[in-house]
Design a protein around this ligand. Structure first.
Ligand code: 5GP
Length: 126
């Protein structure tokens, strides 16, 4: 997966996954959101929860999207319960732009679980 997708376009690989033009291991779908396994997992369990609305970054979230963002966390929490890792715990994070490590410019909640996570989530000192 290239990291060079322009943040000025709303069309990303995730649009193709939403439209079922490319395959994905879909864990949940409703009219607002889709959850699917990450193709390059960074933990024993790693999936993404995305809105069907192609919002490019956290910075592009509009007031009208506030409930949608809460919905993404609601989907994550329900999947955590369903897959049995809610009690042990997990991380649910969004990366924003280059310094945040964002490579796909369609917002997505990373849900990582199955092991204890370190903090802070970066290697270098301040
Ligand atoms: P970001 O770096 O933007 O926060 O996260 C993008 C995530 O999307 C990465 O974890 C990457 O592995 C995942 N990803 C990129 N392309 C695909 C794809 O085609 N299918 C799936 N399932 N995940 C993808």
């Amino acid at each position: 997966m290239s990291g060079s997708i322009s943040q000025t376009t709303n069309e990303t690989i995730f649009t193709k996954i939403i439209n079922k033009e490319i395959p994905a291991d879909i864990l949940y779908e409703d009219e607002l959101a889709l959850a699917f396994s990450d193709i390059n997992p960074q933990a024993p369990i790693h999936f993404l929860v995305i809105p069907k609305k192609p919002i490019t970054t956290i910075n592009a979230i509009q007031e009208e999207d506030k409930a949608l963002l809460g919905h993404l966390y609601w989907v994550a929490a329900n999947l955590a319960e369903k897959h049995g890792f809610a009690k042990d715990g997990y991380r649910a994070v969004m990366n924003c732009n280059e310094n945040g490590g964002q490579t796909v410019y369609h917002i997505h909640l990373h849900v990582l679980a199955g092991k204890a996570m370190g903090w802070p989530p970066y290697q270098n000192k301040l």
